[in-house]
Design a protein around this ligand. Structure first.
Ligand code: ACO
Length: 427
């Protein structure tokens, strides 16, 4: 891969470094030998650092391109199902009909969780945030799948992938049912992945839930559009946690914790809250003014992205789906009106143009989920269901490539060595 050299000159010393050429994207300077010369690089937030090599997802943020195993996200969102995308992310190729049927059957047959887990829920307050419950219960799954699990064995890793992919919607729906005091609804194997999730969310023992195909497709699309996004905060967290050889269920719980923050997966919930706060189009200018004010911490939620400095390609599909769902449900949501006007104003405002702040995927997903009847505190939970496959695919790739424990260096700016003198009275 190294087809070029870079020379780094520090005072009198110069160091030759390999320049690596990826299949797509920017060249990467291999700095691995720098440490032995007594230097580290400093890059808080990893804005210029590749933490690993990967073959799963490619993003060109300047041109709004997102590819999974080479396939454009727009094509995947319109022509595949979420489970097909899962197969592609995990195994690298599109499945044949036979491979797909087998994959789907295996995922469907692992959707139930150990009955003892249902009792674990009683330890949580009913008003707990569902992300807190999801994080806790996913971590607790490690207690059920640990002793016999050898993470260095590819067959064991495959079984882990199936378990996580199959069980995550069940646990997520249980988080919701627990919060509203309804009994848990068991999975139904004749439904699709998305249809089964909607069934577990909305059916009750007294009333069947008939899955509407338009809403089922919208749910499936939301899952597809959130399936993976290369080395984002939560995926990097899963890789970091997994790099020590830790239990994968615990690693996924770490990923869920990272996803929860409003600068990452929590943005869809925050975006809907913001639209509700704006309420009507007349109030938009006031919020735009606040977003631009350096002394105001307010940001337009659903705008901007660390990597996309162009339209988020997922937002384009999400926008279409949003219209389909609102038409199907005959909803004339005033929030959508606010969202459209906000998008129009922001895309024409010099501040947002200059800083390349475009609507991201979360901008529309919140409106769709609200229309589906899903409460806003469940939005990030749904993101976590979808992203689980990305987390597993990266965790698996890291194991395939050979584990190297993640151990960043630091720029130490604390005290130099000094003498310790205790002022505490000893008994
Ligand atoms: N509204 C107003 N101004 C913004 C916004 C925003 N949403 N986002 C960035 N800016 C401004 C910043 O104030 C900063 O201005 P300055 O250069 O004058 O200081 C500049 O744009 C760059 O912002 P950074 O925070 O340095 O950009 P970074 O790449 O680190 O952050 C992030 C990206 C966190 C997504 C940011 O744009 C943001 O907070 N957006 C709102 C939250 C959001 O929608 N997150 C979802 C991300 S997508 C996902 O996780 C699926």
């Amino acid at each position: 891969m190294a087809d070029n050299k870079a020379k780094l000159t520090i005072a009198e010393t110069s160091v030759d470094l390999d320049v690596l050429s990826p299949t797509l994207g920017s060249k990467v300077i291999d700095i691995r030998t720098l440490g032995s010369k007594g230097y580290y690089t400093y890059d808080p937030g990893f804005t210029s650092t590749a933490s690993c090599e990967s073959k799963i997802t490619f993003i060109d943020g300047d041109n709004g391109i997102l590819l999974h195993r080479g396939f454009p996200i727009g094509q995947l969102a319109t022509e595949s199902t979420y489970l097909e995308v899962c197969y592609i992310l995990l195994y690298g190729e599109a499945p044949t009909q036979e491979q797909y049927d087998k994959f789907k059957t295996t995922v469907t047959r692992h959707t139930m969780i150990h009955e003892q887990i249902t009792r674990l829920f009683n330890g949580f307050r009913r008003d707990s945030h569902p992300m807190a419950v999801l994080c806790g219960v996913t971590g607790a799954l490690a207690a059920f799948y640990h002793d016999a699990l050898d993470v260095s064995n590819p067959v064991h890793r495959d079984i882990t992938a199936y378990r996580l992919l199959s069980k995550m919607p069940t646990v997520a729906a249980m988080c919701y049912k627990y919060s509203i005091g309804q009994p848990f609804v068991y999975p139904k194997n004749d439904l699709s992945y998305a249809g089964n999730f909607l069934h577990m969310m909305f059916a009750t023992p007294c009333e069947e839930y008939v899955v509407n195909p338009v809403l089922e497709r919208a749910m499936d699309r939301i899952f597809i559009l959130h399936a993976d996004h290369e080395q984002n905060a939560s995926t990097s967290t899963v890789r970091t946690a997994g790099s020590s050889g830790a239990n994968p269920f615990a690693c996924i719980a770490a990923g869920i914790a990272s996803l929860w923050g409003p600068a990452h997966g929590g943005a869809n919930e925050a975006c809907l809250r913001m639209l509700e706060e704006i309420k009507t189009v007349e109030h938009i200018p006031e919020f735009i003014k606040r977003a631009k004010d350096k002394n105001d911490s307010f940001r337009l939620m659903g705008f901007g992205h660390r990597v996309y400095k162009n339209y988020d390609p997922r937002a384009t599909v999400m926008r279409e789906t949003c219209h389909e769902v609102l038409k199907e449900l005959n909803l004339n949501d005033s929030l959508l009106e606010v969202a459209m006007e906000l998008e129009r104003i922001a895309l024409n405002d010099p501040y947002f143009i200059e800083k390349k702040l475009y609507p991201n995927v979360d901008f529309y997903s919140g409106i769709i989920l609200k229309a589906l009847g899903i409460p806003s505190n469940m939005f990030t939970v749904i993101f976590a269901i979808a992203r689980t496959i990305g987390w597993i695919a990266h965790w698996n790739e890291m194991h395939e490539d050979g584990l190297k424990i993640a151990r960043p260096r630091q720029l130490y700016t604390g005290y130099s060595e000094r003498d310790f003198k205790s002022e505490i009275k000893k008994k």
